[in-house]
Design a protein around this ligand. Structure first.
Ligand code: SF4
Length: 373
């Protein structure tokens, strides 16, 4: 089977009708998404335009719901971002490939034997019973993953299942499911957690890889800092209400109708590191908290075992005790006392959030360092 992988990206963009103006706008947006200074935009443009050939990709699915594939494919109109993903030579993807059976296996083997490819993994890997809970073509997920990654340039684990085990690993974890990084030690592994993965972050990671020849800087859980370097709570449009002590206390109450903070309804934004509030979903249209539901921290390990509707402790701070009761009318407080409570609480929470981010390495510096290297 011949692998079609020799079209330069610039050719493919032209074939797809993507104007140079839109391509440049896309590169500028990617520079911002990667938290890189704007001086990097020309370098991204040059690297993508001059990419000599399509990078081969093997996309593996194990214990998953195909939600990350849906996220990858969700776009309905061609944009430069979609073309960037489209021009990867996806040599194996069980959900979308035309080939099947031995032909499909042959395509995968040709790519993995040649080496230098990207492996994208969706879904957890079961270890119980020697891996028999997930077999494809008569082989276990453990075997398939080992073979596919042996000569790979890098591995990108997408979604909560491939990164941290996700739903398959939920207690009592009957199949002993694990994420990719538990098994792959010989190749760099990047975790794009979230349920599902946000295609913007996958695109930005691919652009970084094509531009700099390396994966972006990561936090201590292997997640790219450009996407997971800050708490959701620190970028949430409802944060002002949190700082003022204005909380939703029942679905559909006045606070809910007015867009108040969802902390007391169990929002996990204060413990979740993700760029959901800024990148959003469906072409930036909205995100869960914007739609009125609290964050469930799907980007964090073991999120499925955490009670969705129980408020979380914010580091060592307990906001409900620091604020006036959520039921209190803001007018019942003097403007001075409200401002003082809000400012003090904001400073405490802000300082804790900032310390947490600094403790995780600082996104821009590391991203720049890695980019430079
Ligand atoms: S607790 Fe949730 S809704 Fe409230 S400000 Fe934080 S992230 Fe936003």
């Amino acid at each position: 089977m011949e692998r079609e992988s020799n079209n330069a990206l610039s050719d493919v963009l032209a074939q797809k009708g993507i104007s140079r103006r839109n391509f440049l706008k896309f590169c500028t947006a990617m520079t911002g998404a990667l938290a890189l200074p704007s001086v990097y935009t020309p370098r991204i443009v040059k690297a993508l335009e001059e990419a000599p050939k399509r990078t081969p990709v093997v996309w593996l699915e194990f214990q998953d719901c195909a939600g990350c594939s849906e996220s990858f494919l969700r776009a309905s109109r061609p944009t430069a971002g979609e073309v960037i993903l489209d021009v990867l030579s996806v040599d194996y993807h069980e959900t979308i490939m035309a080939a099947s059976g031995h032909l499909a296996e042959e395509a995968k083997k040709m790519t993995t034997d040649a080496g230098g490819h990207l492996v994208i993994v969706e879904g957890a890997i079961p270890l119980a019973e020697d891996g028999l809970h997930c077999c494809i073509g008569g082989r276990t997920a453990i075997d398939i993953l080992e073979e596919a990654t042996a000569k790979a340039a890098a591995v990108i684990a997408v979604g909560s299942c491939a990164t941290f085990g996700g739903v398959p690993k939920a207690s009592p974890n009957p199949t002993n499911a694990v994420g990719v990084m538990e098994l792959v030690k010989n190749v760099p592994v990047l975790n794009l957690s979230g349920c599902p993965v946000n295609v913007v972050n996958l695109t930005a990671t691919v652009v970084h890889f094509l531009t700099f020849g390396a994966l972006p800087a990561m936090d201590d859980l292997g997640r790219p800092l450009f996407a997971h370097g800050a708490l959701i709570h620190d970028n949430c449009e409802r944060r002002g209400h949190f700082d003022k002590g204005e909380f939703v206390t029942a679905w559909g109450d006045e606070g809910h109708r007015n867009g108040w903070c969802l902390y007391q309804m169990g929002c996990k934004g204060p413990i979740a590191y993700h760029n959901c509030p800024t990148v959003r979903w469906n072409d930036g249209l909205n995100w869960p908290v914007g739609g009125g539901h609290g964050c469930i921290a799907c980007s964090e390990p073991d999120f499925w075992d955490r009670s969705v509707y129980e408020p979380v402790a914010i580091q060592e701070v307990a906001p409900p005790a620091s604020f006036p009761p959520a039921q209190a009318e803001p007018e019942a407080m003097s403007s001075g006392s409200a401002a003082t409570v809000g400012a003090v609480a904001g400073l405490v929470v802000g300082a804790v959030g900032a310390a947490a981010v600094v403790g995780r390495g600082g996104s821009e510096d590391q991203a720049e360092d890695q980019a430079e290297s």
